[in-house]
Design a protein around this ligand. Structure first.
Ligand code: NAD
Length: 476
């Protein structure tokens, strides 16, 4: 078993321990036991990080794409070598199963490798001009980035926040969630060990509102990159507007799932149950509002409930566990509020609906039906292991329900008809649509939302584009 590491900040090339700083107590969500004390920054630390980020950017943007690629590839290799250690630490502090944290860690290595290749292809254009004159369109790194990553993918979110800026020649001040800091430290450490110079990647923890106000008020920061709730996203967008910063916002979702009569029932149930319980439903693309066509509705509800009942809930470090605890005490409390409200409004509970066990932040995987439209859970992102099932008659009705909310992150449909698949793919208002699949993330595929789920994409060439600005040079 890997020991939980001493928690540190990384500012201007230096790893900094607690010293006389304020601290945040990190706990294991499986049992509430203390894991470690995290140092929190003050204004002086942030000013130092800003000044270093400016220097780091000037140095790193001059480095060749080949050298940046070499560093990213080496970091990917180090992450692969350390996968077991990183996965154990991530499970300890976030709760999800070891099987999940192992995959998440490999995915960061894949992403760094993809960016190592893609960063050599940030091409511009040569415009058609008379002989002896030139007009060039060139791409340049946007500048120092302030990035805020949440706790739900403690390794993956920091990986996404760092990969594209480092690949394009930007510097980054990363503030991951204080609840899962050691996983983010491991990703930063891999980049530092791989040769990223001082000031290019810095790691700070603090009181979130203090840190974001301080960094976003600074003209040194040229871009805000945030993953988290829509409410916090709106607040940060307003702060970034004061200095007209570039933004990438990956915000909340409330993913609809449309299951047609002709879907392959057994396969659909298996995929959706696994996807629903991934990270105890604390995933922005988690399938949540299930719309099931009338002809298959009763069979689907019975089979899905039966499958969800068999999910083995337990400490993510134990080999038999299929779903770990929720990441913090706010999540089971939110489940209690949302499910309680739905039940009071007339919802039927097919399975779950309560806390699980006596210690830690566990919640039973839950299936609800007959939930009225005005219940809070039909409108607010539950971010937990709960599926709400509603019948529908026609494709048009299902689309209307799917597009009803201001969210537009992920949506899913299950059908064996390619005509329906095409119609639904076109009609859904979402940044990502899964048809007969539930895995939406890949290193080469843009990941992001529309409407109040945010804008800008991470991963894929679009993730790099989001860290570049365009300059046109006319020469006679
Ligand atoms: P929250 O809205 O308070 O925080 C979400 C994230 O934003 C956290 O990582 C937090 O540290 C950060 N944050 C909060 N205030 C901030 C500020 N002023 N400046 C900078 N960062 C700030 O909620 P929470 O209880 O941590 O998480 C629950 C909710 O967050 C969920 O309901 C879900 O909607 C959302 N969430 C979404 C994602 C996602 O991937 N889109 C990830 C995690 C959480």
């Amino acid at each position: 078993m890997t020991a939980y590491p001493e928690l540190k900040l990384h500012i201007d090339g230096e790893w900094i321990g607690v010293g006389r700083r304020r601290v945040h107590r990190v706990v294991n969500p499986a049992n509430g036991a203390a894991l470690g004390e995290l140092p929190l920054v003050d204004a002086e630390d942030l000013d130092r990080a800003l000044e270093a980020a400016e220097r780091g950017f000037r140095e790193w943007k001059r480095v060749s794409a080949e050298e940046r690629a070499r560093v990213l590839k080496r970091a990917a290799q180090l992450i692969r070598e350390r996968v077991e250690e990183i996965a154990q630490v991530a499970t300890l502090e976030e709760g999800k199963t070891l099987a999940e944290t192992r995959i998440e860690t490999q995915v960061v290595a894949n992403l760094f490798e993809f960016y190592a290749e893609e960063c050599r292809r940030t091409y511009g254009r040569v415009l058609v001009r008379p002989t002896g004159t030139r007009s060039l369109v060139v791409k340049e790194p946007v500048g120092p980035v302030a990035a805020f990553a949440p706790w739900n993918f403690p390794v993956g979110n920091p990986g996404r926040k760092l990969g594209a800026p480092v690949a394009t020649g930007c510097s980054v001040i990363l503030k991951p969630a204080e609840e899962a800091p050691a996983s983010a430290m491991a990703v930063v450490r891999a980049l530092i060990d791989a040769g990223v110079p001082a000031g290019v990647v810095q790691l700070v923890f603090g009181v979130p509102d203090e840190v974001s106000r301080h960094l976003l008020a600074s003209p040194i920061i040229r871009k805000l990159s945030f993953t988290g709730s829509t409410a916090v996203g709106k607040h940060l967008l307003a702060l970034a507007a004061a200095t007209v910063k570039r933004t990438t916002m990956e915000l909340g979702g409330h993913a609809p799932v449309i299951v047609f009569d002709d879907a392959d029932l057994a396969r659909t149930v298996e995929m959706l149950a696994t996807s629903k319980c991934r990270n105890a439903g604390q995933v922005c693309v988690s399938p949540t509002r299930f719309y099931v066509q009338e002809g298959i509705y009763d069979r689907f509800v019975a089979a899905f409930t039966e499958r969800i009942r068999r999910v083995n809930v337990g400490d993510g470090l134990l080999p038999g566990s299929q779903m770990g605890p929720m990441a913090n005490p706010r999540r089971p409390a939110a489940m209690e509020r949302l499910i309680g409200d739905a039940v009071a409004a007339g919802a039927r509970v097919h399975t779950g609906g309560e806390r699980h066990g006596k210690e830690g932040f566990f919640w039973q995987p839950t299936v609800l039906s007959e939930v009225p439209l005005q219940a809070r859970i039909m409108n607010e992102e539950p971010f937990g292991p709960v599926a709400v099932i509603t019948p529908f008659a026609t494709l048009e009705q299902a689309v209307e329900q799917a597009n009803r909310l201001p969210y537009g992150l992920a949506a899913y449909a299950f059908t064996e008809s390619s005509k329906r698949a095409m119609l639904i793919g076109d009609a859904i208002e979402a940044g990502m649509v899964g048809i007969n699949v539930t895995v939406l993330a890949a290193a080469d595929a843009p990941f992001g939302g529309v409407k109040e789920s945010g804008h800008g994409a991470e991963d894929g060439p679009e993730g790099l584009e989001a860290c570049l600005v365009t300059k046109t040079i006319h020469q006679a």
